[in-house]
Each structure stands twice: as structure tokens, then as C-alpha cells.
Design a protein around this ligand. Structure first.
Ligand code: CMC
Length: 392
């Protein structure tokens, strides 16, 4: 009670203290645990970055081996959980399938859900990191009617995921190292972004002491929306739309500036970055490299580049400090790799998973955590008397 701060969208509310990720949105700086994103993207691996985010330090050789072998040992899904996929329609969007399956994990591991038992939390952490790529691959296989492949634990996390996604039981699947490296880098770039919508969701759900699986499944659904993770699919749809309109970038930009309902320049703008998103810089370079190596749709890349150039020189975008964000170029890369558009947001979820886990763990260990419970400004009716149905 007393004075309530009105802050829709929590634009100015610090809801947690956190030691995980640092962003300076004006300068375009992003660091995980103090390490610049550029160095991690260039030199680290996704598994190593996951360890860093979750445990606070880069692993030494032994720690990395232990962590990797634990993840490898948990990639299998319970056979009953595999049957779960049968219940969805064939054209089911893979994001709700992923969220439901993650939620279902809490029914398979009911004896290890205590959020305050450190060894339970470590086990759930490893189970999630190991099983979510398998779930994601099965959601894809289900959508195209192909059989599920068992994980091959001699492979690395990204390689295993690619094989389960694109491989077939009767044929050896040759992993393209260029593609695997690029995907690993994209996962690093998506791995955390402090209090974004899905991470705040994970923390809020977890603040009620709901278990890790339950909290992460809610985070997946928050990521689903087009203003958040869904933007990577929306960018591709937008580029296709422009292509169908003869590649007319100007016409599209005018529609954005006229604020036609539902028309935004997808992949542009960010709540925190008022400068070029440092992740987008790295991804733009990767897009150029990877598309020339594995072949992509040059026409869409060309439209994206013209669109970016056009927007960056237009007062509307300049005044509002709207720059390309992480999602502007990712879709083009994912598509060149062979992923269908509606699967792009699942790839974002795979990358963001260690960040969600790190935040949930930080939240649960923080003695200052209280259940998340925002207040409101009531704008409804004043007190009035109930009327019987005959008088309404
Ligand atoms: N296209 C056109 N106008 C925009 C855009 C855009 N992409 N983004 C912001 N604006 C305008 C907005 O209309 C507003 O103008 P005005 O002051 O005239 O009303 C002004 O810029 C400020 O925008 P806002 O909506 O108040 O900003 P926000 O911080 O609430 O929203 C955002 C941030 C990311 C939701 C928004 O920029 C957006 O919708 N972008 C497109 C979707 C997108 O690419 N999302 C991915 C974000 S990065 C990855 C992730 O975290 O998921």
C-alpha cells in the first residue's frame, strides 16, 4: 500500500540484482560474466558459455570435461515422453510443443524438483541442457513425419542436435563443420540478455518456488511472441513479403513510417540498445560468410541489406534510435541451414536456455528474492449493488 510507481512494461524498474550479464545499451556493449560478447563468439563454445553463465566462471579442462560428459549422458528422452509428440497435430507449431514437453519433464523427475536442494538443481540443469535439443529435434521430425533418431553421445551438443534434426536412421549424416560452428556461435550470441521478457518470466514464475522445468516452460512461451523471440521468423516473413512486392524496400518503409496497424520493421529496435546491437554486428558478418559457403537466398540477403541501409538513413529510425537487433539477420542464416521459418524461434530458445537457467538459479539463491507480485492502478467501476438478472 502507499505510493505505487506506475511503470508499464517495467521500463525503469530494476526487479533484481544480477551478476550475470552487463549491457550498456547506449554504447552497444554486451558482456557475459564480464567477458565481451565479441571474444566469446569468436573463441568460446556454446557448452563452455553455458557453464560460464550458470557457474560464474569459465571452466578449467576437468570441469569442462565433466560438464560435457554429464550433458552427453542425459540426452535421451524417456520412451513415454517420446509418445507425447503423437498427441499434437502434425502442423503444430514447435514452440508450444517444446514448452509442453519441457513442462512434462517435471512429471518424469518428480523426485528431484526441490528448488532449494543444490544437487537436485544441478541435475535438473544438466537434464534441461541435454534434453531440450532432443525435444526440439523431435518437434521438427514430428512436423515432417520422419522417425525420431536416438541421440549419438559421441557427438558434441550442436552436432548431435543437427544430426537428430536432419539425419535419417538408414543413412549416415555428414555434419557440415561450417554449419555446426555457425550454429554454435549463434547459440552463444543468444545465450543471455539480462532481464528480457522471457527471462523475467522465468524469474517471476520461479519466485513462487515453482520448479526449474515449470519456470523454463513458461519462459519458452514468453519467447514465442513476435515482439520477442518470434521476431526472427517475422523478419523472414517480412523479407518474403517485400520480395513478393518486387523487392520494393521504399514502399515497405513508408508503410512502417505511416504506422499501418501491425506493420513494424521487424528485427529493428530494442528496449535497451539505442545503438547497433553488438550481436547483430557479429551476425551480419556471419551471414555474409555462411551464405557464401553453404549457399543461401541471395535475393533476400540483398533485400535485408537494402532495407537496413534505407532505415539507417531515414529520420524516422534515426530519431527513435532504431538499429538492427540480434534477429535481423539470423533468419537468413537459419534458412540457409535448412530450418523452416517456424522453427527459428526454437533455435532462439535453445540458445537462451543456459541464460534462463542461470537467472533462475541466481534468483533462488538470492536471499532478497521475494515472490514477484506487481501492484496496479485500479481504473474500474466504483462500488455498486448487484442487480438480479430480471433487472439487467
Ligand atoms: N519498427 C517501427 N517503429 C518502431 C520499431 C520498429 N521495429 N520499434 C520501435 N518503433 C517505434 C515505436 O513505434 C515508437 O514510436 P513512437 O514514439 O512514434 O510511438 C518508438 O519507436 C519507441 O518504440 P517502443 O515500442 O516504445 O519501444 P519498446 O522498447 O517498447 O519496444 C521492441 C522494443 C523490440 C518491442 C520494438 O522495437 C519492436 O517491436 N521491434 C520489432 C520486433 C523485434 O525485432 N523484436 C526483437 C527484439 S530483439 C530480440 C529479443 O529480445 O527478443
Amino acid at each position: 500500500t502507499g505510493y505505487i510507481t506506475y511503470d508499464p512494461g517495467f521500463v525503469n524498474t530494476g526487479a533484481a540484482s544480477s551478476a550475470i550479464t552487463y549491457i550498456d545499451g547506449d554504447a552497444g556493449i554486451l558482456r557475459y560474466r564480464g567477458y565481451p560478447i565479441e571474444q566469446l563468439a569468436e573463441r568460446s563454445t556454446f557448452v563452455e558459455v553455458s557453464y560460464l553463465l550458470i557457474h560464474g566462471e569459465l571452466p578449467n579442462k576437468q570441469q569442462l570435461e565433466d560438464f560435457t560428459s554429464k550433458i552427453n549422458r542425459h540426452t535421451l528422452l524417456h520412451e513415454d515422453l517420446k509418445r507425447f509428440f503423437d498427441g499434437f497435430p502434425r502442423d503444430a507449431h514447435p514452440m508450444p510443443v517444446l514448452s509442453s514437453a519441457v513442462s512434462a519433464l517435471s512429471t518424469f523427475y518428480q523426485d528431484a524438483l526441490d528448488p532449494f536442494d543444490k544437487s537436485n538443481v544441478d541435475l535438473s540443469t544438466v537434464r534441461l541442457l541435454a534434453k531440450v535439443p532432443t525435444i526440439a529435434a523431435y518437434a521438427y521430425k514430428k512436423s515432417i513425419g520422419q522417425p525420431f533418431l536416438y541421440p549419438d553421445n559421441s557427438l558434441g551438443l550442436v552436432e548431435n542436435f543437427l544430426r537428430m534434426t536432419f539425419g535419417l536412421p538408414a543413412e549416415p549424416y555428414e555434419i557440415d563443420p561450417v554449419m555446426a560452428k555457425a550454429l554454435d556461435q549463434l547459440f552463444i550470441l543468444h545465450a543471455d540478455h539480462e532481464q528480457n521478457c522471457s527471462t523475467s518470466t522465468v524469474r517471476l514464475v520461479g519466485s513462487s518456488e515453482a520448479n526449474l522445468f515449470a519456470s523454463i516452460s513458461a519462459g519458452v512461451m514468453a519467447l514465442f511472441g513476435p515482439l520477442h523471440g518470434g521476431a526472427n521468423s517475422a523478419v523472414l516473413d517480412m523479407l518474403e513479403g517485400i520480395k513478393a512486392d518486387g523487392g520494393n524496400v521504399d514502399r515497405f518503409v513508408e508503410r512502417v513510417k505511416n504506422k499501418e496497424p501491425g506493420v513494424r520493421l521487424m528485427g529493428f529496435g530494442h528496449r535497451v540498445y539505442k545503438n547497433y546491437d553488438p550481436r547483430a554486428k557479429i551476425i551480419k558478418k556471419t551471414a555474409d560468410e555462411i551464405l557464401s559457403k553453404i549457399g543461401g537466398n541471395d535475393e533476400l540477403l540483398d533485400i535485408a541489406k537494402r532495407l537496413e541501409e534505407r532505415a539507417l538513413s531515414d529520420d524516422y529510425f534515426v530519431e527513435r534510435k532504431l538499429y538492427p537487433n540480434v534477429d535481423f539477420y539470423t533468419g537468413l542464416i537459419y534458412r540457409a541451414m535448412g530450418f523452416p521459418t517456424q522453427f527459428f524461434t526454437v533455435l532462439f530458445a535453445l540458445g537462451r536456455l543456459p541464460g534462463w537457467i542461470a537467472h533462475w538459479r541466481e534468483m533462488i539463491e538470492d536471499p532478497e528474492t521475494k515472490i514477484g507480485r506487481p501492484r496496479q492502478i485500479y481504473t474500474g467501476a466504483k462500488e455498486r449493488d448487484y442487480k438480479p438478472l430480471s433487472e439487467r
